[in-house]
Design a binder for this molecule. Structure first.
Ligand code: IVH
Length: 745
């Protein structure tokens, strides 16, 4: 790699570079415009020109060498050292620079080809029809511009009415690797990777191991058919494979795409066969010699004219339907027709919500003009079609520096190591913290302080550190050492040998545990005290004003208003919320106490069995064991909790403060007696909590996972894998209406 870390160029050289840089203000700006994270990534890769001034030539050379190295790592070694976002930013910087200085473009520039040269291990395959890439869009405006360009061209060609909108075929942009499958007389004869778009690698024997790919076509096949699509790996298979790799002490892959690529580029196809790869067809290359009886109108090519593609249908959608009939997996479940810009954007938004529930990774959606004659008129620019566009989602993974590992103390004293990160934009937000779960996890992932790490944030899931980029590990990277004393209260940290979680032994003596206990008690599923947030709890506990749950009930509006950032109105509202919580359902108060192993459902079962807090406090283990679903662990935990004088004291204090729980309502009827239901997706009128309450009230149970024992799955909008599982297992699926009918409502 080129030098870049040497610090500021001094004297004359610096002045010369400054001048040179002035000649390329936009390019310099382009680099500077890249997010701070990108600049940092580029800098970390030693190829940065971001911070230091340099000539456009030098900048281009450095960007190219950096990009080429990444290409090699990615395509040839299947082991990239940076994530896509960083790579894309480098490419964009180079593209901007070349647009500005066309004289700098060379035929070897990475912008002039799609991928890297195929490795020598596999034979080369020249694609009869090149494998193209897609133009990218990130913003709605880019989509609007695309739709306008397409519409204008088609109207100009008389293919679209003045007031009509273009019809698009919309697909998921699968995050795997493109493959071209060649069939002659219905038999798979060759499979090739995309390579640089012109020449790929022959991976036929590996492709043959993928069971989902037909080796012989169904029905009557054309003489020649090249089918294009994506090979990918489901996330669950990826996790399983990495676990197995780890156990054998072999290399783990950073994400399913690289795992799929690595699996396909195995020299030993028996290994490929174990990897459970999938495939979806989304296009075609050469098509020749259609069977005469193909049930479709097509034009004979003019005599003597070699048609590049002789197709039986004239829309993309119908073509995919044909491929499906021939035996190819097509993503019919998610493929979708849309009209004009609004239709495209609606699809994009719809898929955004769906994305976290998909079993595989996608990095965007693809819009394709549906009419093939229209595609032809639109044609191609450079290496991408003008009739299609990839609309991408923000990257779910990015790299950044792990600056420190701190620990957090939870409600039950659990110590969670938290990664403090240099700010990085990932999954649409700037992330500075990510969970590291526990000590073992840190060792397993081998992340060290100072490492460059891959951070993942998918959907609304808490950001996570995936692993280190070992190539970038600094010499002084340090391993995490678990603290021996609680950083908040100084009590000893203990970790039973058979457990992964270390805990602070301070109990409610520990301010951190007290704070979390109060926040838990105020939560929506417990006492539902709106307005009691983290900041206020911090102050109340730090000032020793609130030592236990009972103290909350003695707060006065006037004193609250004196706390930082709490207005009179908010203080009044909070006092009202506290007052409303003086008559909670017994189950909610029990849950609010935060007894280990006593979740919402257990609290409800226990409350229904005993009917009063006194009865629960006095229940012995045998009595507790009579509660449905309560075993020795839960019973023991409840016993131990109330055996502590200070816990009993809290309950007495609560009574003194006028807190009088009411018995939980008995189940309404028994329509769902003993039946287990699974709720998934968004229901039109009920929230998940509401539906749960009704099910429980009718004697049913709610579970998080579908099994043969599930009586019903209630599926709302965007129901994902649970719905699929229900269908697989033949479990009855209901919508909200169906559930209401079941409940007699
Ligand atoms: S169509 C002429 N459709 O994205 C257009 N590509 O940048 C050819 N990809 O190499 C591609 N899902 O690996 C198309 N539904 C989809 C896709 C898709 C993923 C990938 C493919 C291609 C890259 C294009």
């Amino acid at each position: 790699m080129s030098a870049g870390k040497t610090g500021k160029p001094s004297g004359k050289a610096a002045a010369a570079q400054d001048r040179a840089n002035e000649g390329s203000p936009a390019a310099a700006k382009a680099l500077a415009r890249e997010s701070a994270a990108a600049a940092q990534d580029v800098a970390a890769g030693d190829a940065s020109g971001a911070g230091t001034a340099q000539s456009p030539e030098a900048l281009a050379a450095r960007l190219r060498s950096e990009i080429e190295q990444h290409n090699y790592r990615y395509y040839v070694e299947d082991d990239p050292t940076v994530d896509d976002a960083v790579y894309d930013r480098l490419m964009r910087a180079l593209q901007t620079l070349e647009t500005e200085h066309p004289e700098l473009i060379t035929p070897e520039s990475p912008t002039q080809r799609v991928g890297a040269a195929p490795s020598a291990a596999f034979a080369s395959v020249r694609h009869a029809v090149p494998m193209l890439s897609l133009g990218n869009a990130f913003e709605a405006e880019d989509v609007a511009a695309f739709d306008k360009r397409v519409g204008d061209t088609l109207r100009g060609a008389g293919m679209l009415g003045a007031a009509d909108e273009t019809a698009y075929f919309c697909e998921l942009k699968l995050d795997g690797l493109a493959i071209s499958l060649r069939y002659e007389d219905g038999v798979l004869v060759q499979a090739a990777t995309r390579g640089d778009g012109q020449t790929g690698e022959d991976v036929t024997s590996n492709i043959r191991t993928i069971k989902i790919i037909p080796v012989k076509l169904k029905g009557r096949a054309p003489r020649v058919l090249e089918v294009r699509g994506e090979v990918l790996m489901n996330r669950s298979d990826f996790d399983k494979m990495n676990d197995a790799q780890r156990k054998r002490g072999e290399k783990v892959f950073v994400n399913p795409r690289n795992a799929a690529a690595g699996s396909l580029r195995q020299l030993d196809s028996q290994i490929t066969a174990t990897r459970n790869l999938r495939f979806f067809a989304y296009g075609w290359g050469e098509v020749q010699g259609l069977p005469r009886d193909t049930d479709a109108a097509f034009e004979e090519p003019a005599p003597g004219v070699a048609a590049a593609a002789e197709l039986p249908y004239d829309t993309h959608g119908e073509m995919l339907g044909w491929l499906a009939e021939l035996g190819f997996p097509v993503n019919t479940r998610h493929n979708h027709m849309a009209q004009g810009e609004d239709g495209l954007l609606a699809f994009y938004e719809h898929v955004r919500t769906l994305r976290p529930t998909l079993p595989y990774d996608i990095d965007g959606v693809v819009y394709k003009v549906d009419a093939l004659p229209a595609q032809k008129v639109l044609g191609f620019v450079a290496r991408a079609p003008r009739f299609a566009l990839a609309h991408k989602y923000p990257a779910e993974e990015a790299t950044t520096t792990l600056e420190a590992i701190e620990v957090q103390v939870g409600r039950t004293g659990a110590i969670t190591p938290v990664a403090r990160l240099a700010p990085v934009f990932v999954g649409g937000v700037t992330v500075t913290n990510a969970t590291l779960h526990n000590e073992d996890e840190i060792r397993r992932k081998d992340v060290r302080i100072g490492d460059t790490v891959i951070v993942r944030r998918a959907g609304d899931v808490i950001p996570e550190v995936v692993g280190p980029v070992l190539e970038k590990r600094p010499k002084d990277a340090t391993e995490f050492v678990m603290v021996k004393q609680c950083p908040v209260c100084g009590s000893a940290i203990e970790r039973p040998e058979d457990e992964t979680i270390a805990r602070c032994t301070g109990g409610l003596f520990c301010a951190a545990q007290r704070k979390q206990t109060l926040l838990h008690a105020a939560g929506r599923k417990a006492l539902d005290i709106e307005g009691l947030g983290e900041r206020l709890v911090d102050q109340l506990v730090d000032n020793d004003r609130v030592k236990s749950l009972a103290d909350l009930y003695s707060l006065k509006s006037l004193e609250l208003a004196s706390y930082d950032r709490l207005g009179k109105k908010s203080a009044d509202n909070l006092i009202e919320a506290i007052d409303r919580a003086r008559e909670p359902a017994l189950s909610r108060l029990l849950f609010a106490l935060g007894i280990r192993h006593v979740g919402e459902t257990t609290a409800r079962d226990v409350a229904r069995t005993f009917g009063s807090m006194e009865a629960i406090m006095d229940a012995d283990e045998d009595a507790l064991l009579t509660v449905p679903d309560v075993g020795p662990v839960v019973a023991g935990s409840i016993r131990r909790f109330f055996a502590e004088a200070h816990n009993r004291e809290i309950v007495h204090e609560l009574t003194k403060q006028g807190v009088h729980p009411k018995p939980d309502e008995a189940p309404v009827g028994n329509r769902l007696d003993g039946k287990t239901l699974v709720l998934t997706g968004t229901m039109p009128t009920w929230t998940r909590d509401e539906a749960t309450r009704y099910v429980l009230a009718a004697g049913g149970k709610v579970s998080g996972s579908v099994s043969k024992k599930t009586a019903y799955v209630v599926a709302g909008e965007d129901a994902g894998s649970k719905l699929t599982k229900a269908q697989e297992l033949g479990v009855t699926v209901l919508d909200e209406e169906g559930l209401k009918a079941l409940l007699g409502m």
